[in-house]
Structure formats: structure tokens, C-alpha cells
Design a protein around this ligand. Structure first.
Ligand code: ATP
Ligand code: MG
Length: 248
């Protein structure tokens, strides 16, 4: 589809096209397209920009990834279709491992996702070889399989666009969870330790920049980040935007 540059919401349409392309290439499932629609709706409500509140969460996330002993970036179809280049860059800067981990698991799709990550410069992609498969407790069968060298052993995990059940299971399993989720009310947003209420396509670039800029001194300071408080602020931004639109 040809999207005119002058279209007032061209960026949103480009992102949508990227996802449709990812669907045709076998990276994204139908349910992923629906999840994207939910994301677009919340993006509209927060004003399709990175808020100051999200900037704060991004800074906390950068810190957590840089001080982690074994950080892992968990990749699903939507995340790979939207941010393959940024995933590899973030992994290089933070030393985080990359693991393909799918809600709707399929060997073919896992391989397609690993391939696109490798095409973008990833040296190693975990979650593919069954000999390293381990199970996390309290989740139903297909969704509990993780890589022994990755999520299973990680202390900090970045799990963007994740389902609530899995986030809760990862928390119960003792992991520190960072997520990107445009819906501040989702179970994932509410359960994670650090929720970045921003579109991954905008937020990942900023996260990479912040990781590059944080000094050793910044990393030594104790984090004062309060996720619940930060999520409330994002919800208030939505309320403010709705009020303005309703002239109320
Ligand atoms: P939950 O299971 O956490 O209660 P859910 O079932 O609505 O939420 P899932 O499909 O499980 O949602 O997870 C996808 C989440 O990712 C949604 O909250 C959606 O708003 C969000 N999302 C979709 N696309 C993007 C995007 N590009 N950037 C950031 N967040 C997104
Ligand atoms: Mg869900």
C-alpha cells in the first residue's frame, strides 16, 4: 500500500504495514494483529508520543538492564516484525541475550523470527534448540518452555507486548520484568516491575539512546522507580487527553 507522506497519521500507517508484512512473512500470527489494534487504540489515547512518564520508565529500564547479571530480551512475532534492528542493537549495548519465546508456539515461526534477527546482526538467538528447553512452573504446557541459558537463568527480562498470564508466571518464578505495553491497565502492565507505556517502535530507540548515555555514576545510584505510581500517571494522561477532546 502506498502511504502518502503528508497523511496526518502516516507513522501509524507505516507501523501497521510493517506488521502486515511480518504477518505475510510468517513472523506474526492473526492474534498478533489484534493485539496491535489494541495497542494502536491506547497509542491514540496517550497522544502517539513518548510521555515524560514513559521517559522515566525507560531510564529505570536502561538502568536495570545495564546492572543485571544475566539480562534477556524475550522476542515474539510482533516485536520481531516491528523492531528487529533495535533488538539486536539493545542486546549489543546491554550484553542481554536474545530469546525467541512465543505465546502461540510453532517451530517454523520460531525459526523465521531467529532468521530475521540474525539478518539484522544477532550472533546468537536462544529458544530454538529443544536440547536447552526448560519449563517454568505454573503455566500451561506450550507456553512454559524457555531456554536454560536464557529466560530460565535470567535475573532481568525484557518482555514487550506480553500476555498477562506469562508475566505473572515470570514474576512468581522470581524474575525482574520490564515491559513495553501501551495499555497501562493490562495485567502485564500492572504486574511488571517496570512498565514503559509507549509504542515499542518509539520506545526502543529511546531505550537504546539512554543505555548509551548512562554513566557509571548513574548506575551506582539506587533506583527510586515506583511502577504503580508511574502507571497511575499514564492513566491520568489518558484522562487529561479525553477531557480536552470532550472540552470538559
Ligand atoms: P493482558 O493479558 O496483559 O491483560 P491483553 O490480553 O489485552 O493484556 P496481550 O495480547 O496479552 O494483551 O498483550 C499485548 C499487549 O501489548 C496489549 O496490552 C497491547 O495494548 C500492547 N501492544 C500492542 N502493540 C503494541 C506496541 N506496538 N507497542 C506497545 N504496546 C503494544
Ligand atoms: Mg492477554
Amino acid at each position: 500500500m502506498l502511504i502518502p507522506k503528508t497523511h496526518p497519521r502516516a507513522t501509524s500507517l507505516y507501523i501497521r504495514e510493517k506488521l502486515v508484512h511480518g504477518f505475510r512473512e510468517g513472523l506474526v500470527v492473526e492474534e498478533g494483529l489484534l493485539a496491535h489494534g489494541r495497542g494502536e487504540m491506547f497509542d491514540y489515547l496517550i497522544g502517539e508520543k513518548t510521555t515524560k512518564t514513559s521517559q522515566k520508565a525507560i531510564k529505570a529500564a536502561a538502568r536495570a538492564l545495564l546492572v543485571a547479571k544475566l539480562p534477556v530480551i524475550s522476542v515474539n512475532g510482533n516485536f520481531a516484525a516491528l523492531c528487529a534492528k533495535e533488538i539486536v542493537e539493545l542486546s549489543k549495548i546491554t550484553g542481554a541475550k536474545i530469546e525467541v519465546n512465543l505465546f502461540y508456539a510453532s517451530e517454523k515461526r520460531k525459526k523465521a523470527i531467529a532468521q530475521i534477527l540474525k539478518k539484522n546482526g544477532a550472533k546468537e538467538v536462544l529458544g530454538i534448540e529443544s536440547k536447552f528447553a526448560k519449563k517454568i512452573p505454573k503455566l500451561d504446557s506450550a507456553r512454559r518452555v524457555v531456554d536454560k541459558r536464557g529466560i530460565f537463568s535470567a535475573d532481568v527480562i525484557l518482555v514487550p507486548l506480553e500476555d498477562g498470564d506469562r508475566t505473572i508466571a515470570l514474576k512468581k518464578f522470581g524474575k525482574d520484568v520490564i515491559t513495553f505495553d501501551l495499555n497501562p491497565m493490562s495485567r502485564t502492565a500492572q504486574t511488571a516491575d517496570i512498565t514503559i507505556v509507549d509504542n515499542v517502535t518509539r520506545g526502543m530507540k529511546i531505550l537504546i539512546d539512554v543505555c548509551k548515555k548512562l554513566s557509571k555514576k548513574d548506575l551506582e545510584k539506587k533506583s527510586k522507580f515506583d511502577n504503580k505510581k508511574n502507571l497511575k500517571k499514564s492513566t491520568l494522561i489518558i484522562r487529561k487527553n479525553l477531557r480536552r477532546m470532550a472540552n470538559a
